[in-house]
Design a protein around this ligand. Structure first.
Ligand code: SER
Length: 319
């Protein structure tokens, strides 16, 4: 029987993953946690919720004991752009948080899923078809904590036998909960503005390619990797995964197919642009495909259709 603790459960991925896993494993077997109680009240009626700061190692241990947790999905983290505003705080949450989760997992024999990111790459990394194993010299605090997290998860597996697993997520596109302070967020904001105002001012420059993925594929990636046969996993942590690679003009053109009046303009944010410029254009995710059958369902065109449809419903906008 799975007993899962999710940290950062009120974030973009966490809110949807909590509901997804509650459907798979039962409401009371998936414990959502976050630093603060905030957001949609209905969420808290769907199953257990605990206030948890990942800097509080005893707090993590107590919750794991209380609910007999055997798997932690550790999502609590400060995203790339926000981390550049306060690198010290980002280090504390991203780095110490991961370390604390791994320590509790080591003591309790608990499996851990931790997402890494395209941000784990940087200067010197081949930008096209970026291999699974390659140069990783990120120049953001978020990226530094992601590379260190990958290595730490590997270490806890080899040294202590902790069942650690993880993927390098690209930008995640979704309509339920907004992302909080990432560089890829433009690819979410654009849909809200396209539906509401038929125009969008992008903070990322035309021509800047980044990998992206639609939320249903991201949820499936987490679930499939955690369910994968460990004997088949040559890698464990930090699998490259991607579903599509595009730049702002391509996304705008796709939206225009459904909202012909849509107009795109640019007001480039130098901080987020320089982060985007340091990341790959597209990842090679063949290891994930071979080792645990990774195969995304949505591409740019099918994601755009579904996003516009579901978000219009949510915003009560007639299309
Ligand atoms: N979406 C994340 C960010 O932009 C990348 O992992 O920070």
């Amino acid at each position: 029987m799975k007993r899962i603790l999710i940290t950062g459960a009120l974030g973009q991925i966490g809110t949807e993953l909590t509901m997804y896993l509650r459907k798979q494993y039962g409401k009371s077997n998936v414990i959502a946690s976050s630093r603060r109680k905030r957001g949609d009240e209905n969420f808290f009626e769907t199953g257990p919720f605990e206030i948890l700061n990942v800097n509080d190692v005893q707090g993590i241990a107590d919750i794991c004991k209380k609910y007999k947790i055997n798997q932690i999905i550790h999502l609590a983290a400060i995203l790339s752009a926000k981390a550049e505003d306060n690198p010290q705080e980002a280090y504390k949450i991203n780095m110490n948080g991961t370390y604390n989760v791994l320590e509790v997992a080591r003591e309790g024999g608990i499996a851990v899923f931790t997402p890494s990111s395209i941000a784990a790459f940087g200067a010197g990394t081949p930008v096209d078809n970026t291999p699974q194993d390659t140069i990783q010299r990120p120049n953001t605090m978020y990226g530094v904590t992601k590379v260190a997290g990958e290595l730490l998860c590997d270490y806890y597996y080899w040294k202590f036998g902790v069942d650690t697993r993880g993927v390098r997520f690209p930008g995640i596109i979704s309509y339920k909960t907004l992302p909080g302070g990432g560089t890829t967020d433009y690819a979410v904001h654009i849909f809200y503005e396209a539906l509401k105002n038929k125009k969008y001012t992008s903070f990322i420059k035309a021509g800047t390619f980044m990998d992206m993925m639609y939320m249903p594929d991201a949820l499936k990636a987490i679930h499939d990797l955690m369910e994968a046969n460990p004997d088949k996993l040559r890698y464990r942590n930090a699998f490259n995964v991607t579903a599509m690679s595009f730049e702002p003009e391509m996304l705008a053109a796709e939206i225009k197919k459904h909202i012909p009046e849509f107009e795109m303009s640019y007001d480039v944010d130098p901080v987020r642009q320089s982060i985007a410029d340091s990341w790959p254009n597209s990842l090679d995710d063949s290891c994930a495909r071979q080792e645990w059958g990774w195969c995304p369902k949505y591409d740019l065109s099918s994601m755009t259709i579904d996003m516009l449809h579901k978000l219009a419903e949510k915003l009560k906008i007639k299309q």
